[in-house]
Write a protein that binds this ligand. Structure first.
Ligand SMILES: [Zn+2]
Length: 167
């Protein structure tokens, strides 16, 4: 299950790679949206209420209507969509909530077994939206995730310090 470190770092990198320079400030400012969907864990219907395809689609639609703000809405849509996409590989999301209350999931992994053979798993489809998901559930950061966040934060501090020294 992806935690917050992955949810933040993956779309951030992807957006920085494809973005125009003038959009980079929006990419940084909107970064918190990458973890926003997990706030449904504090309410109810976790992995459904904010983990569906309609929120990113609505943002893209808004960008289509409001032409001069298109970049901002598209960046916001990428942040939410990347979260939903990654969670689909980590247990599943109710992608078409509230129209179709089943979890869309993808299970894809490549592992080395104890007998040194490669085990490739690939499965996808819809599964029951279990009652365990309906109550607050899910974690914010596991230990590896916390380490990853600390490392990236350290890089940020170094970058800020270097820029200050330069001035
Ligand atoms: Zn999530």
């Amino acid at each position: 299950m992806p935690d917050w470190a992955l949810h933040l770092i993956v779309p951030l990198l992807a957006l920085l790679i494809v973005s125009r320079k003038e959009d980079q400030k929006y990419i940084l400012l909107l970064l918190p949206l990458a973890v926003l969907p997990d706030f449904d864990t504090f309410v109810t219907q976790h992995r459904a209420l904010l983990h569906n395809i309609f929120i990113p689609l609505f943002l893209v639609f808004l960008g289509w209507v409001l032409k001069e703000k298109r970049a901002i809405f598209n960046i916001a849509a990428v942040y939410i969509a990347s979260h939903v996409f990654m969670d689909m590989f980590g247990g599943g999301v109710v992608l078409f909530y509230p129209l179709y209350n089943h979890m869309a999931f993808v299970d894809a992994s490549l592992q080395m077994s104890s007998t040194n053979t490669l085990v490739w798993t690939f499965d996808y489809g819809f599964s029951e939206y279990g009652s365990a998901w309906k109550h607050a559930y899910g974690y914010i950061s596991d230990s590896i995730g916390t380490g990853a966040l600390a490392f990236v934060l350290l890089a940020g501090i170094c970058a800020a310090y270097r820029n200050r020294v330069k001035e």
